[in-house]
Design a protein around this ligand. Structure first.
Ligand SMILES: *Cc1c(COP(=O)(O)O)cnc(C)c1O
Length: 496
């Protein structure tokens, strides 16, 4: 059965998965949602006998149904191979009564790799399928992490170019080094004299400029977007929830059909929404536990049914979750409104205009699958310390938010359903905060701190960090925020 995608905000004609991946966002500003969610067509037992790539195919073929078997399998083999540092792709580790699903074994040691390693292949395949012969140009502004993950995904992928702008003095030295050493002739990294907001609005301006679009088209280029609302990022994230379940089944940790809970450290709501889709596809899931840091908009939403972004923005030790507008929540809102695009559009209008909206009691009833929790900075540090003291296992700050929320959830609810915690980053990615939580000396240069953490955790420094010691700097462009377009034109060779 063909799964089609439509906008959350209007009832325009549904399009195929490959078209949705190419478009990114719908013309009306809405997000693409599947008009029906397919059910897994292999038994959980069968899936338990498959490796990561095979499970990925079984899940993705259902959601991206206009891709042929050969197309999808090519994308999957290119994405999940020895660019991951373990053949399991996402290993699981049991610690203190929960299973940690390690989503950080890809090239940038954080979970965004799970989707960004495959997105470029899905995009170029989608372009070919739709007879788009233009080179895809990805333009991104980054505050550090997403930019590197996108660069690593698109590097060397034929038919694509990627240009990343970052605030020259607004990212950590390790993050800057990671980006500036990026290989691949199709990659371009540019520091701007300005902050993240300047980089972001500069990119938006170039992206929406009709004259630029035309100039690009004349030269055989077209912009596309790699951001987290793309269907091509959402669907690959469903895979590891199904995979995690089937590993527990294979290991005899759960009965066939027995339920599990997923605990997800949440920012933009993409990762946990993927877990919700996994449940809709028939995976036996009891609760989806949504863990927030001190920016607890989502916790409040699950408590009250009111989404209110009008509040102080707090900088925390889990920066990838410092978000007040969780874009992917819009998809859930659409589903629980009974697929009512007019209602969804109205909520989103209120969010833009007033920063707040309130869902109906009927919609709230459909949120029973979710439990919300949040962790303060002290809770987060305590969770890192606790798990280390009990198990010798070191987790990163984002994962620690989830660990803390799960601990409290279990104590308060008495729910003993086996739980899988999405472990979204390697502790080496946030080594300063992690070492501080462990009460260690943090007054060391980045790369030495990594060695110290490795000694504490009893693990090797990941290649992504180790290789920075010797990697060549390959990018050196710095520009003012008014010069961003000129730099794009220069890199693409289309100066007028
Ligand atoms: C992006 C990110 C998150 C949040 O995931 P969402 O899909 O935005 O909810 C959590 N942890 C880490 C390390 C991340 O990079």
């Amino acid at each position: 059965m063909e799964v089609m995608y439509k906008s959350t905000r209007s009832d325009s004609t549904p399009i195929t998965a490959s078209q949705a991946i190419l478009k990114g966002l719908a013309d009306d500003g809405g997000l693409f949602v599947p008009t029906s969610v397919p059910h897994l067509d292999k038994s959980l037992r069968d899936l338990a006998g498959m490796n990561y790539r095979a499970v990925a195919y079984e899940v993705m073929k259902l959601m991206l149904s206009d891709f042929t078997e050969e197309e999808l399998k090519n994308c999957i083999s290119a994405a999940y191979a020895d660019n991951f540092d373990t053949p399991e792709i996402v290993p699981m580790r049991k610690a203190d009564g929960a299973w940690y699903l390690e989503l950080f074994h890809g090239p940038t040691i954080a979970f965004k790799d799970m989707a960004l390693q495959i997105l470029p292949h899905l995009m170029t395949t989608a372009a070919r399928k739709n007879k788009e012969d233009k080179t895809i140009v990805i333009l991104t502004a980054t505050s550090g992490d997403t930019g590197k993950a996108a660069l690593a995904g698109f590097a060397g992928v034929e038919g694509t170019r990627i240009i990343v702008f970052y605030p020259k003095d607004g990212v950590s030295s390790i993050q800057e080094r990671q980006m500036l050493t990026q290989e691949g002739e199709n990659t371009c990294v540019i520091g701007i004299r300005g902050n993240f907001h300047d980089a972001q609005s500069g990119v938006k301006k170039i992206f929406t400029d009709a004259a630029v679009k035309e100039l690009l088209a004349e030269n055989g280029y077209q912009f596309s977007s790699a951001n987290s609302i793309n269907v091509g990022r959402l669907v690959p994230q469903i895979v590891y929830y199904v995979y995690a379940y089937t590993r527990l089944l294979a290991a005899g940790e759960i009965q066939d059909g027995g339920e599990v809970n997923f605990v997800v450290p949440t920012g933009n709501f993409g990762n946990i929404l993927a877990a919700w889709y996994a449940k809709q596809m028939g995976l036996p899931v009891h609760k989806l536990i949504c863990a927030s840091n001190s920016n607890k908009v989502l916790y409040d939403f699950f408590q009250t049914g009111e989404y209110d972004r009008n509040r102080e923005f707090i900088l925390t030790s889990s920066p990838s979750m410092d978000i007040l507008i969780s874009s992917n929540l819009e998809r859930l809102i659409w589903h629980i409104s009974g697929c009512d695009s007019a209602a969804d559009a109205e909520y989103m209008r209120k969010l833009t205009q007033d920063g707040v909206y309130d869902i109906t009691p009927e919609m709230r009833q459909q949120l029973a699958d979710f439990a919300g929790g949040f962790a303060t900075e002290e809770d987060t540090a305590a969770a890192i310390r606790d798990l280390y003291e009990k198990e010798g296992y070191v987790i990163d700050t984002h994962t620690a938010v989830a660990a803390s929320v799960y601990g409290r959830y279990k104590a308060e609810s008495g729910d003993l359903t086996p739980a899988v915690v999405a472990s979204t980053a390697s502790p080496f990615k946030f080594e300063g905060s992690v070492m501080q939580a462990l009460g260690k000396d943090t007054d060391l240069p980045d790369l030495e701190l990594a060695d110290a953490l490795a000694a504490v955790a009893g693990v090797k420094v990941p290649y992504a960090v180790e290789s920075l010691k010797t990697a060549q700097i390959r990018h050196n462009i710095v520009c003012g925020k008014e010069e961003m377009l000129a730099e794009v034109e220069k890199f693409l060779g289309i100066e007028k």
